[in-house]
Design a protein around this ligand. Structure first.
Ligand code: G6P
Length: 616
């Protein structure tokens, strides 16, 4: 939530900062702003309400030039969406500018204190408090680093902050407090970068240093110096990120979401790479830090996640319980720690997160750590906070950057990695031997090709369906067992990008409520591949038909019976039951995409949403 970028070096800072913000706009797009400094022109602040294009247009008329600067794209928390509330914020003397990602929980108290001292506030934001506090301490210390350190000691909450002072134009100072958002430092030749997420600076450098909780960095063109908030020096080697900058660009696709849907066969392949040994009949996870003995000790798993990743957790429960016979509980990360969970010493926490920065998921991991329970993160963003704090290891998706707010390729890759993890557990615990693993490995290897087939075959049908149904007032998604979370995911995809109300329901539960909604105008999307509960699903479809609902079925190719019962059928190739969700979700992603497109919605930046949710 909220994107942060800063730059120092020989380039035009505006170009680097605005370019970086474009790559981070998925984090929030309520307003955007930059502050650029040049010794001749001084501090130039440009801010604009709405998406980044507004700021870019403004910069066209009022350029800002200089070799040091910082910028911010906002997802509003405190204070409405106005230019006054847009970042960067200044201190009362106009010497210091600050951008923030996070929430200052005690800002009212701090504001009251500052107002009492006669500090004039212009915005309704919590971030302005930080600017004034830094200004206040700067007057005492005449040192930006010291002033920010003192200011941070007053704050409660989780924050990522970058500050600049016109009296120290050779540096930016960045800090991280808590889990509210990452701070990544980029090291170049005679230039340095700071950002809240890797894609922002990937065009310039892949040598990155991540700030940990309660650390600060003084950033100059020559490099970075890291200390703890207490002032102790920190030595940290840079990591090199393998992501290709081109992967973070949209290419010929109309939207990132469309590109990422199409990338799924490749992403699935990359998630499998090096992890499947067909000859030995085994699964290897180089990144897993739990050995067989530790895996055998696990008697229950807590899967925690938010949003689409939570749906991956729900499906992982089926995979792990069926294949490895280990009990799994699935929690919304935002609920987990507040219910004071009793985890036990035979437990494992399994966090699902694309960004590795979702604050609630990080808090759930922290809860596990506090109870001495190891955590494994199924995570996409390399070097992200979740990846770093997962003591059991980050199991990377290797899906490449996901930019579209509605998660697609990260979801299917999460399911694949969860399946591999279930097999790895089964292998360690002896619930599946090498011979029993073989059909699973074969099915996994065939999966990317099948995903490509699903994409190709679904597009024309989904385009037609979007034409026919884009004006409906609501939609119902039904599924059973591991395909019930797919119904939830299909409904979430549709509502988040097309703003059509949609509900996902376990098909058997439909008759306890949602059936009342069904009439001849209601599309009911039924996920009905051939599996052991297929006949029950068919009965549910009959119940929908009896109420004249419009049945759109996702079924197994060659299923003539289903074709005769549904108004429309989209097929997926046969695969193992626990892998069906990976294929079944693809037509639902495409359906949501084309419906949103037909309704003229902003697919990649749906209203009110943000890709990385770093506030509670
Ligand atoms: C937001 C995004 C979703 C995502 C969820 C969890 O709501 O819009 O697409 O599933 O956060 O994000 P994470 O990065 O933890 O997977």
């Amino acid at each position: 939530m909220c994107g942060i970028v800063g730059y120092l070096g020989p380039r035009e800072a505006t170009d680097v900062v605005v370019g970086g913000l474009q790559r981070l706009e998925y984090r929030g797009y309520d307003s955007a702003g930059i502050a650029i400094y040049d010794p001749k022109t001084g501090l130039q602040l440009r801010r604009s309400v709405g998406k980044l294009v507004g700021l870019i247009a403004r910069l066209h008329h009022e350029p800002a030039r200089g070799n040091v600067g910082l910028g911010h794209t906002r997802w509003a928390t405190h204070g409405g969406v106005t230019e006054i509330n847009a970042h960067p914020h200044r201190d009362a003397r106009g010497q210091i500018v600050v951008i923030q990602n996070g929430i200052v929980e005690n800002y009212l108290e701090l504001k009251a204190r500052l107002v009492e001292q006669g500090v004039p506030f212009v915005s309704q934001t919590d971030t302005e408090v930080i600017a004034h506090l830094v200004g206040h301490y700067y007057a005492q210390t005449q040192c930006l680093e010291a002033a920010l350190r003192l200011a941070l000691a007053d704050l409660r909450g989780g924050n990522a902050v970058v500050a600049f002072c016109i009296n120290e134009p050779d540096r930016l100072v960045a800090a991280r407090l808590g889990n509210a958002g990452g701070v990544v430092l980029g090291l170049g030749e005679g230039e340095s970068f700071v950002a809240s997420d890797v894609p922002a600076i990937l065009d310039y450098t892949r040598d990155l240093v991540f700030l940990e909780d309660r650390e600060m960095a003084v950033i100059t063109a020559e490099g970075v110096t890291i200390t703890t908030l207490a002032g102790d020096p920190v030595q940290r080697k840079p990591v090199t990120i393998p992501w290709d900058p081109i992967a973070a660009a949209r290419g010929d696709y109309k939207h990132f979401m469309e590109k990422e849907i199409h990338e799924q066969p490749r992403a699935l392949m990359d998630a499998l790479r090096g992890r499947v040994d067909q000859e030995a009949g085994a699964v290897h996870f180089e990144d897993l830090r739990l050995d067989d003995a530790a895996l055998c000790k696990v008697e229950r798993i807590y899967a925690v996640a938010c949003g689409t990743a939570w749906h991956a957790g729900l499906i992982a429960k089926f995979m792990i319980e069926r294949l490895a016979r280990v009990r799994v509980e699935v929690d919304y990360a935002s609920e987990f720690r507040y219910r004071e969970p009793v985890l036990g010493d035979d437990a494992l926490l399994l966090a699902f997160t694309q960004s590795g920065e979702t604050v609630d998921t990080l808090a759930a991991m922290e809860e596990a750590r506090n109870q001495g329970v190891p955590a494994v993160a199924i995570v996409n963003a390399i070097g992200s906070q979740a990846a770093r704090v997962a003591d059991g290891g980050p199991l990377y998706l290797h899906a490449g950057p996901e930019i579209g707010v509605a998660s697609t390729k990260a979801f299917t890759s999460m399911l694949l990695v969860a399946y591999l993890f279930a097999l790895r557990l089964a292998q360690a615990r002896g619930t599946l031997d090498a011979a029993a693993l073989q059909p699973h490995l074969q099915a996994l290897i065939e999966l990317p090709g099948k995903a490509a087939t699903v994409i190709e075959q679904s597009i024309p049908i989904c385009l037609e369906l979007a034409e026919q149904y884009h004006r409906v007032g609501g939609a119902l998604f039904l599924g059973r067992q591991a395909n019930y979370p797919i119904a939830l995911e299909g409904a979430l995809k549709l509502k988040e990008i097309s703003y059509i109300h949609a509900e996902g329901y376990p098909a058997g539960e439909m008759k306890h409520g949602p059936i009342a909604l069904i009439d001849e105008t209601m599309p009911v999307i039924c996920i009905a591949p051939q599996d052991e509960i297929y006949p029950k699903m068919i009965s549910n479809i009959e119940q929908v038909r009896a109420r004249h609902g419009q049945v759109i079925a996702i079924g197994t190719s060659g299923d003539a019976d289903l074709a005769s019962k549904a108004d429309h059928v989209i097929t997926i190739p046969p695969t193992l039951p626990m892998l069906q969700p990976i294929l079944a979700v693809i037509p639902l992603q495409l359906l949501a995409y084309y419906v949103a497109l037909r309704r003229g919605c902003d697919v990649d930046q749906p209203r009110n949403l943000a890709k990385s949710v770093t506030v509670e």
